[in-house]
Design a protein around this ligand. Structure first.
Ligand code: NAD
Length: 439
């Protein structure tokens, strides 16, 4: 190839560097949000900014057809994805989501946030994510197992304990990880516990993994509260999403004396000014599938949830929930992003202007992948740690990461999100530069 072809105004350069439509920043959606966040951090990356293009493209994106026999004898086809955003610092790592609204744009963004998150807490992983566009609530247990196994088999060539390690995310749990681990192991011909994390304890899962994301949310929440002079005991808490992340985070805040005043999930929203009993709500959601109809609280309109009088707001459901429309209504002093990508860039600006502290997803929910890392290490060494040790290490990593993010934010006068991106992207691009380009 002649040097001429590499000029930035050459046709070849423009063709190879033109972003496909689904990668365009003005194509709103989760990937557009991520690109916007990268643009915001670029001025702070110094010389490494010449590598920034690497963050704007996923390294590998696999789309798979997942056909299964339904219980009624027909065959149904589902679309599945596994995206490895960046593997400069280590194997891909990130969850698998089963949801009816999963798209390639969403999985790309989720994989990219995993890259930044893993680098921000200094785990030796790149970023990856997967998903299937399906409403698993409509599947029988047998159908759920078949879709999980066929999906695992289809992405089997790109995952592995040293390549890319899936974990639970929305609507996936330890049982689904067990099926994934078994399918991968059967195809490989040997038991491979390290291919997924978030497994049942009997299969090499880690104590404390189920609670880890919520515990991380709580840990950084307490650190941030100390910084802004907010006392957790007696503070009012509102939580969107009452699944793995939201319910555990709420429980830990309530155990520390916070009052859970409102919860919203896919089924509806509830409010009780004197406090919702978090244990009773966990049992209710376990048996009823959602918070709607919880007897000891009032049912409120889902949109009113965002206006609830509270000190701490934890979005722990899906992306794009805090928007230009509801950000001006939020009363909390602090938003802790348990979910990935819950705040749009425009809403981020509104919250910053209103001096509402946002603890971004890329640090707030890093507790899950941190204990996934512990699980992976334990599987490799076949030596398992106590829950006390796991929780102590988790808390220490989260506090250390939060402190350096706080300092970075103060130093550059930027939001905690941009500060986390500065730390994470610098580490990723430093690795990129040190490795160089192959060939
Ligand atoms: P989950 O499946 O256990 O719970 C999801 C919750 O979101 C449920 O309460 C559900 O009712 C609610 N929800 C779904 N659609 C909704 C809607 N349209 N409006 C309001 N609520 C809705 O999932 P999870 O594991 O708790 O994950 C929640 C978020 O946390 C996701 O963004 C996920 O990516 C992120 N996260 C999870 C982990 C983990 O370890 N599980 C780690 C890091 C980040």
């Amino acid at each position: 190839m002649s040097k001429q072809n590499l000029q930035t105004d050459s046709a070849l350069y423009k063709t190879t560097h033109a972003l496909p439509s689904y990668l365009q920043p003005d194509n709103l959606g989760p990937w557009g949000t991520f690109l916007n966040q990268v643009d915001r951090v670029t001025p702070y990356l110094g010389n490494l900014s010449r590598w920034v293009e690497t963050l704007k493209r996923p390294k590998k994106a696999l789309i798979v057809d997942v056909p299964i026999h339904l219980d009624n004898g027909t065959v149904a086809h589902f679309e599945g994805y596994r995206v490895q955003h960046n593997t400069s610092r280590g194997p891909g790592k990130g969850g698998v989501r089963f949801h009816q609204e999963v798209t390639l744009s969403e999985v790309m963004a989720l994989s990219a946030w995993m890259s930044v998150k893993n680098a921000a807490v200094n785990l030796p992983f790149g970023g990856a994510k997967g998903g299937i566009r399906v409403d698993p609530k409509l599947l029988s247990r047998g159908e759920l197992e078949r879709i999980t196994r066929r999906y695992t088999s289809e992405i089997g060539s790109i995952i592995g304990p040293t390549k890319d390690i899936p974990a639970p995310d929305v609507n996936t749990d330890a049982q689904i990880m067990a099926w994934m681990m078994d399918t991968y192991s059967m195809n490989e011909g040997s038991t491979s516990t390290g291919v997924v994390t978030g497994k049942p304890i009997a299969l090499g899962g880690s104590l404390g993994r189920r609670e880890a994301t919520g515990r991380g949310v709580f840990t950084v929440g307490v650190e941030a509260a100390n910084k802004i002079g907010l006392t957790i005991s007696g503070s009012k808490l509102a939580v969107q999403g009452f699944g793995n992340v939201g319910s555990i985070a709420a429980q830990l805040f309530v155990e520390a004396g916070a009052i859970l005043v409102s919860v919203q999930d896919h089924s509806g929203a509830i409010y009780c000014g004197s406090g919702i009993d978090v244990r009773l709500l966990q049992e209710y959601v376990h048996s009823q599938g959602g918070v709607a109809g919880f007897p000891s609280a009032d049912s409120i309109n889902s949109t009113l949830f965002w206006q609830v009088d509270c000190d701490v707001l934890i979005p722990a459901a899906l992306e794009g929930q805090i928007t230009e429309e509801n950000a001006p209504l939020i009363k909390a002093r602090m938003v802790i992003e348990g979910a990935n990508g819950p705040t749009t860039p425009a809403a981020d600006d509104i919250l910053a202007e209103r001096k509402i502290l946002v603890i971004p997803d890329v640090i707030a929910n890093a507790g899950g992948v941190t204990v996934s890392y512990f699980e992976w290490v334990q599987d490799f060494s076949s030596f398992f740690w106590s829950e006390k040790e796991i929780n102590a290490r988790l808390v220490s990593i989260m506090k250390e990461a939060f402190d350096s993010i706080w300092e970075t934010a103060q130093k550059h006068h930027v939001t905690l999100r941009t500060a986390t991106f500065i730390i994470g992207c610098t580490r990723i691009l430093r690795a990129r530069e040190d490795r160089g380009l192959y060939p």
